[in-house]
Design a protein. Sequence first.
Length: 389
Amino acid sequence: MADISIDDSVGIGGANLPEDVAKITAALLAIGPNRGGLAAAPTSLDALGKAIKAFQTRQVLPVRDGRVDKVGNTIRRINLLLGAPGPSPKPTPPGNTGEIRPIPDIGTLKREIEQNSWSPVQSSLRSEMLFGWTGVRGKGKLFYFELDETVVPRWFGVLVPDGEVDFSKIHVFFHPLPGQAGYNDATYHNRGAFFGIFRYLGGDRIDLAVQFCAANTGRVLIMPLFTNQVGSTCGVLPARWEDLFGRILAMTKSGGADGANSPVAITDMIVSSFSNGISYSHAFRSRAGLRERLAGVIDFDGAISTSGHLSAQIVTPPGRVARMQQMFAVEKALPDLAVRGIFPLPSPRWLSDTSPFKTILPKTPQAALLAVHPLIAQHMMFTASRYLA
């Protein structure tokens, strides 16, 4: 597309001459949604102004006012992306484009799930010290994406349950710190080096994904992969989650196609974490500016982790916190605790006659605590998700 010029400003507070509006609209369509442009023509000047602001934000321009002036960074960046010559901001180095792409080869990880998982009988969990068990069945599809930047997070997994799903309502799951499982931050940007952490979606800890699908909450689950180094910051995610998740969801919605739709606008999210993944959860919730869009928080046994103090700090949103933790409680207190979203899960409660884990849990308390720890995220996702539904 040739170099474009306009006679006057376009967008929010601009002159918006019809010919100029048409030029900017055509340019943003040519740039496409994966680089901050448009997938479809806006239906109003207000929508065009918002699209220009989104483009400025996506391209990290210094002024993000939703307006394209005759001369300035925005028109220069548009022409740069269209391949036009002339003075322009420094182009992004090759191989660091900021594009989001599907990962074609994910190794042995599943892309579809349909199976059963053991889950507590809900009435029993809320009232009996030795709770009963039942099977739940989940079915869904898995997608994996790469952000072409040397930032954290760079790798993302997405789980879409079968049935009616609202892509604007999401559930973000934060895995434990990877160092404790032997992952080295220095290899993070090597494709595949950290993919074993996707075990919670399509690997040997797939019960979490199965239970999420079985809960039928109508949400989509997103799991970013992190390094140890960003445990207290969550990397670039707090500042860029709307753009990154919006583009990932748009591609997922189209079946994994590259840049097929405009970014999805996220209306609310539930945040969950397992073990010391509470550090990522805390950093994200503290920095992302979610406010009323935070629809709930789930803590899977973060209290006994190395970041247990952060678990105790979860207080918002009121009445929308589910704590699935190994803590002591007497039977008569269970119903009241459940109403408040507190589900005590010490190892003795897992030993009912119907428990599938009765014969495999160690006898010593410390060993039993460590054995129950990973089971909580895998087998309590259905309960926690339904509680917040």
